[in-house]
Design a protein around this ligand. Structure first.
Ligand code: ZN
Ligand code: ZN
Length: 146
């Protein structure tokens, strides 16, 4: 059955053409830029090959891209959710660890000394040092022993 090539508009033999999988138009396999082997493969539906004419190829590509974009978009959304979830979990566990350590330290040094003179030094480390020496002086003083 003679057909007309959708590309060059010349008549073609059924055996010489490849049929677009979408619009079902016939194109010379040469006009489609396909080798005889490639044409045979598509014709025999080997390895799930499909052929789209130039016009349909664009439609197919756009459709494929749309699907790809949708897939990527949902993957990104998932990743964002996972990331946020992980960060929250991490923050929570770190906070728990810190408060636990803090609690242990508080119990370990549960010694409060009243009426120590305020350190003049404003830096924390130095004022701590100052407190310690003040405390040492207090403990070793005669007043403490009475
Ligand atoms: Zn042709
Ligand atoms: Zn087509």
């Amino acid at each position: 059955m003679p057909v007309v090539c959708n590309k060059c508009n010349k008549s073609a033999n059924d055996n010489d053409v490849i049929v677009c999988d979408l619009c079902k138009s016939s194109i010379h396999s040469i006009c489609a830029g396909l080798s005889r082997q490639e044409t045979e493969c598509v014709r025999l539906k080997k390895s799930k090959l499909r052929y789209f004419c130039d016009k349909c190829n664009i439609v197919e590509i756009i459709g494929g891209l749309r699907a790809e974009v949708e897939k990527l978009r949902s993957e990104v959304a998932e990743l964002k959710y996972e990331k946020t979830g992980n960060v929250l979990n991490k923050l929570l566990s770190e906070e728990e660890i810190i408060s636990e350590v803090d609690d242990r330290q508080r119990r370990a040094t549960n010694l409060i000394v009243y009426n120590l003179p305020e350190s003049d030094d404003k830096t924390v480390i130095n004022s701590k040092q100052d407190d310690i020496s003040q405390f040492a002086a207090l403990v070793s003083s005669e007043e403490w022993k009475n």
